[in-house]
Write a protein that binds this ligand. Structure first.
Ligand SMILES: NC(=O)C1=CN([C@@H]2O[C@H](COP(=O)(O)OP(=O)(O)OC[C@H]3O[C@@H](n4cnc5c(N)ncnc54)[C@H](O)[C@@H]3O)[C@@H](O)[C@H]2O)C=CC1
Ligand SMILES: O=C(O)C(=O)Cc1ccc(O)cc1
Length: 292
């Protein structure tokens, strides 16, 4: 690398929303990329992404953009990824590395294997543990990943050089890098991310469909606000995540239902001691986790 020359030449981003857009802005803020080319589902999103400086230009034909790209980041809802992988697979260049920002890994890795076949080593799966309930290019921020974790789930076929390049790109965005297997990743995130989102959607839905929903929302306070912030998240994205990780999520849901049944039983029996035991253990764990 010449002195003063960005570490990355061309980055191609499929899905220039919160996650893809923030990756592009983070690399740009670090002076680490020469050019960002965006592919999207709708021209208006790409126009906004370009107006906001998230991308330098919109790509038209993957055949002309993939071969000389250093990194291709796929940051669409996970159910869109199989088709995108298949579309770009014929054009991977010798130095092209493909990565993703999807919230699930088992399904994404399976789709990548099906599309990239003998070139699967060029695909390095990743998941930034940073985000928000907002979406689209206008939600993208250059500092979204500062001090946040990115989990990379390396494949046996990934060589060190490609793995290091993907880790380096996320590190330039300010992230701390962790490694998990795809299987462990999906187990962990079913419990700490996918289940909480499902529960939050369920609670708000339960109230929203009542005839007198307004009465309840009028008096809901900050506890309700905290518990339900994530119910404002993107429905398509969360549909895809829940379906993609449904086996692990079903397991976590069953475990949570057993916990609820236990609490229901305690309530039914007016067993205050049991309630206080459960609340006490949860309170201590929550305080230790949050550092307060
Ligand atoms: N929102 C969050 O907090 C986080 C999301 N993720 C993952 O990142 C990915 C993207 O999520 P966000 O950026 O939040 O969503 P977003 O809705 O902000 O951005 C996704 C973009 O992909 C575009 N898109 C959809 N289908 C496409 C296709 N077939 N081809 C090209 N573009 C397409 C959409 O138009 C949109 O602009 C998802 O897989 C999600 O699971 C990962 C970590 C955090
Ligand atoms: O908004 C929040 O608090 C989140 O939990 C963001 C988030 C959503 C999806 C992910 O895969 C990772 C992080």
């Amino acid at each position: 690398m010449d002195a003063g020359q960005p570490e990355f030449g061309k980055i191609v981003v499929f899905g220039t929303g919160l996650i893809g857009g923030s990756f592009a802005l983070g690399l740009k803020a670090a002076g680490a990329v020469e050019e960002v080319v965006g592919f999207g589902r709708t021209p208006s999103t790409l126009r906004v992404a370009q107006e906001l400086g998230v991308i330098d230009r919109a790509g038209i034909n993957p055949a002309h953009e993939i071969g000389d790209a250093d990194i291709v980041l796929v940051a669409t809802p996970v159910a869109q990824m199989p088709e995108i992988f298949a579309r770009i697979a014929p054009y991977l260049g010798p130095n092209t590395i493909v990565t993703d920002g999807g919230s699930t890994k088992g399904d994404v890795v399976a789709a990548a294997r099906a599309a990239f076949r003998g070139h699967i080593g060029k695909f390095v799966p990743a998941h930034p543990i940073a985000g928000a309930e907002n979406s689209g290019p206008s939600a993208a921020r250059h500092d979204l990943y500062q001090g946040k974790k990115v989990v990379v789930t390396p494949l046996d076929e990934n060589n060190d050089e490609r793995l290091d390049r993907v880790k380096r790109a996320w590190a330039l965005c300010g992230a701390d890098i962790y490694e998990l297997t795809p299987e462990m990743h999906d187990r962990v995130f079913a419990a700490v991310s996918h289940l909480p989102h499902l529960l939050s959607f369920a609670l708000v839905h339960d109230l929203a469909v009542r005839d007198d929903a307004e009465l309840f929302f009028t008096f809901a306070a900050s506890g309700f606000r905290d518990f339900t912030r994530i119910a404002a998240s993107h429905p398509e994205m969360w549909r895809d995540i829940c379906l993609a990780n449904r086996q692990a999520l079903l397991g976590e849901l069953d475990s949570y239902r057993a916990q609820l049944d236990d609490l229901r039983d305690a309530l039914d029996k007016a067993d205050g001691e049991r309630l206080e035991d459960v609340f006490g253990i949860a309170r201590q764990a929550r305080r230790e986790w949050a550092g307060s």
